[in-house]
Design a protein around this ligand. Structure first.
Ligand code: ACO
Length: 327
């Protein structure tokens, strides 16, 4: 059975920067609060005229170039996002057209901040089963379009961006070793965008009631759940492959809060120099955060062939996940 190997990575961040000082002018907050509670210094904001597929397109082109492939080589495009261009057609179909990937099937998947690892699980399964040989997987978001800019609890946290990987069937030892996916729908209301679906269809009333914007009900509870759940998922993955924490060369987690990333690293016993951190400059980009951090680590030459990369994520749903990769 072939394994799914990542043969190219790419990312794109819109150039416009929103600093903590800028946010001080919008809501009752301070650079000091944001920095000490989250580790975020600034985040990127997509322009009004750009949608998620615009960011995804540039990340996809970079990943395909790194892989040395043409869009017509793709069998499948998966886009993990909770901020699609529109309910349908999927952002993946929009991307398929814009790339000219005319042989590729295309679909979106929704697992909030865990979406990229969920997508890795799907891509791995498709490749192992022989359904697809070459898969383009993206995490792409424009969360600042669904943030309530009057709510200091959420608007300081999020940013826009896209990350992409190209996976290809490989007969060697390298590739995705496994993915572990989890969900607890009973806690869905902790992180929610309640309106503009079939429950509360688009209407003036729904918009006026704030239902078209993201809500976080209990950030502190999410914080504690996130650390525990990602630790469990990480240890389960290592145990399955008979690996120790000391075998991990790189820990790349969803970037929601620097304190969550540090707490996870400390609980697992992974030293700081093995932990990738991008949250300072990009904030929480949901499904995009892991592939962006992975791309930056790869392009900086930090990730070497044969090394063990551990991915962990946690997000709305609730969902959480881990993946082990032999690079
Ligand atoms: N500026 C100033 N004060 C603020 C701000 C702000 N931007 N935001 C909240 N506060 C206040 C609160 O109102 C509260 O005040 P009170 O004590 O008077 O009520 C106080 O700060 C402390 O609030 P806590 O919730 O206890 O703060 P905490 O240290 O937990 O930090 C945070 C909050 C950053 C949200 C943290 O809990 C967190 O990161 N949680 C996890 C979020 C997460 O992981 N999301 C992941 C998924 S997102 C997705 O799936 C789309």
């Amino acid at each position: 059975m072939p394994s799914a190997r990542i043969i190219g990575t790419g990312s794109y961040l819109p150039p416009k920067v929103l600093t903590n000082a800028d946010l001080e002018k919008l809501v009752d907050t301070s650079d000091e609060w944001i920095l000490t509670r989250t580790g975020i210094v600034e985040r990127r904001i997509a322009p009004e005229e750009e949608a998620t597929s615009d960011l995804a397109l540039r990340a996809a082109q970079a990943a395909l170039e790194a892989a040395g492939l043409d869009p017509v080589d793709l069998d499948m495009i998966l886009v993990a996002t909770i901020t699609p261009d529109m309910p349908f057609p999927s952002t993946a179909c929009v991307l398929q057209d814009r790339l000219g990937a005319r042989r590729a099937a295309a679909m979106d998947l929704s697992a909030a901040c865990s979406g990229f690892i969920y997508g890795l699980g799907m891509a791995d399964g498709l490749i192992r089963a022989g359904t697809a040989r070459t898969v383009l997987l993206l995490g792409a978001e424009t969360l600042t379009k669904v943030v309530n800019w009057q709510d200091r609890n959420t608007c300081v946290l999020f940013g826009d961006g896209a990350g992409a990987v190209v996976l290809r069937a490989d007969e060697g030892e390298r590739g995705i070793l496994s993915t572990h996916l989890y969900a607890d729908g009973s806690k869905g209301s902790l992180l929610i965008l309640p309106g503009c679906g079939s429950r509360h269809p688009v209407s003036h009333a729904a918009v006026d009631a704030g239902l078209a914007k993201m809500q976080m009900n209990g950030g502190n509870e999410v914080f504690k759940l996130a650390v525990r759940a990602m630790e469990d998922a990480a240890l389960t993955a290592l145990k399955q492959h008979g690996l120790e924490v000391s075998d991990v060369d790189h820990l790349i987690t969803h970037q929601a809060n620097l304190r969550i990333i540090s707490a996870l690293g400390q609980r697992l016993g992974v030293p700081d120099h093995k932990v990738e951190v991008t949250i300072r400059k990009y904030g929480n980009t949901s499904a995009a955060s892991i592939p962006i951090a992975l791309d930056e680590a790869v392009r900086a030459g930090r990730v070497k062939a044969g090394e063990i990369v551990l991915l962990c994520a946690f997000g709305g749903g609730l969902t959480w996940a881990s993946s082990l990769i032999r690079w």
